[in-house]
Design a protein around this ligand. Structure first.
Ligand code: BV8
Ligand code: ZN
Length: 252
C-alpha cells in the first residue's frame, strides 16, 4: 500500500487542481450507515419507498420521520479523520473541490471550503408549495410538518427521479474536467448522474485514485486503487504529502 501511496503523492506534488469525490463510505467511520453495505440503509428500507417525491406525498409522516431520524444521527456524530484529512489537503492547492453525494454536512463541519453538494443537505428544508426555507434546528418531527401557507415541508435533498441542483452539478463537472488528480472515496459509484464525476475526470486526463473498502464499477478504470478504510488511508496520504512538500521546500 505504501508504494501506491507514494505514487499518489508523486502526482499530488505536481498537481495544480485536485477533486475529491465522496459518497457514504467517507462518513461510515463517523457512525453514519451507508446505503448499500450489508448493514446499509437500503437493506432495511427500500429507497423507492422513501427517497422519492411520490413516496413523500403518499406517506409524508413516514418520510418525515425517516429524515428526522437520520438528521438526529448526523447531529450526534462528528467528522472523522478522513473528512479532516480532505479539509487539510485543500489548504495546499489553489484549485481544490470536494464533490459529495452525502447530505450529512460533515465535510463542511470538518472545514472543507470549496464544496459541491450534489444531493443536497439534510440541514435545509423547504415548503413544496411556496418554497419557504425552514431550518428545523434540533427538532426532529416524527410526522409531516406544514408551512404557514399549508404546504408540506420537505428536506432539501435530491430524491430519485429528481434533478440535481444545476449550479452544484455544473460547478462539479467543470472541476472534474479540469483536475489533475481525482479521488473517488467511499462510493459504490452506481448513482447517476453524480457517478459521472470520476468518469469525466478520467476521460479528461486526470490521475484517478479510488479509496474504498471494496471493488466497485470504477476500480478497473482507476490508476490506483487503495483498498481499505478512508479514515485510515486519507491521513496517511496527507502526512506523506506534507513530508515530501517540506523536503522540497528545504531543498529549494
Ligand atoms: C435523476 C439523497 C433524472 C437522498 C440519493 C438506470 C441506470 C442509470 C441511472 C438510473 C437508472 N434508473 C434510474 C436512474 C437514475 C437514478 C439512479 O442513478 N439510480 C441508480 C440507483 C440505478 N438517479 C436518479 O434518480 C438521480 N436523478 O437521474 O434524475 C432526471 C433527468 C431529467 C429530468 C428529471 C429527472 C437522483 C439520484 C439521487 C438520489 N438520492 N440520496 C438521501 O440521501 O436520502 S442516492 C444515495 O445514493 C445517496 O445520495 C448516496 O450518496 C448515493 C450513492 O451511494 P454511495 O454514497 O455510493 O453509498 P453506498 O452505500 O452505495 O456505497 C458506499 C461505498 O463506501 C461502498 O462502496 C463501500 O464499500 C464503501 N465504504 C464503506 N465504508 C467505507 C467505505 N469506503 C472506505 N472507507 C470506509 N470506511
Ligand atoms: Zn409554504
Amino acid at each position: 500500500m505504501i508504494e501506491l501511496i507514494k505514487k499518489v503523492v508523486d502526482k499530488l506534488l505536481i498537481a495544480n487542481s485536485v477533486v475529491v469525490f465522496t459518497g457514504a463510505g467517507v462518513s461510515a467511520e463517523s457512525g453514519i450507515p451507508t446505503f448499500r453495505d450489508k448493514d446499509g440503509l437500503w437493506q432495511k428500507l427500500k429507497p423507492e419507498e422513501l427517497a422519492n417525491f411520490n413516496a413523500f406525498l403518499r406517506n409524508p409522516d413516514l418520510v418525515t420521520e425517516w429524515y428526522s431520524h437520520r438528521r438526529k444521527i448526523m447531529h450526534e456524530v462528528k467528522p472523522n479523520s478522513g473528512h479532516y484529512a480532505i479539509a487539510e489537503l485543500e489548504k495546499y492547492f489553489e484549485r481544490f473541490a470536494v464533490i459529495t453525494q452525502n447530505i450529512d454536512n460533515l465535510h463542511r463541519r470538518a472545514g472543507s471550503k470549496n464544496l459541491f453538494e450534489l444531493h443536497g443537505n439534510i440541514e435545509r428544508n423547504y415548503c413544496i408549495k411556496c418554497k419557504k426555507q425552514y431550518d428545523l434546528g434540533d427538532i426532529y418531527p416524527d410526522k409531516a410538518i406544514y408551512c404557514e401557507c399549508g404546504g408540506l415541508i420537505r428536506p432539501d435533498v435530491v430524491w430519485f427521479g429528481e434533478m440535481l441542483p444545476e449550479d452544484q452539478f455544473e460547478g462539479a463537472v467543470k472541476a472534474a474536467k479540469t483536475c489533475d488528480v481525482c479521488f473517488s472515496v467511499g462510493t459504490s459509484a452506481v448513482v447517476f448522474p453524480a457517478a459521472y464525476i470520476p468518469i469525466y475526470a478520467k476521460q479528461s486526463g486526470a490521475f484517478l485514485v479510488e479509496i474504498n473498502q471494496n471493488q466497485t464499477d470504477l476500480s478497473q478504470m482507476a490508476d490506483v486503487v487503495l483498498q481499505g478504510k478512508s479514515g485510515e488511508i486519507l491521513p496517511i496520504i496527507v502526512e506523506e504529502f506534507k513530508k515530501r512538500k517540506n523536503q522540497e521546500l528545504k531543498r529549494n
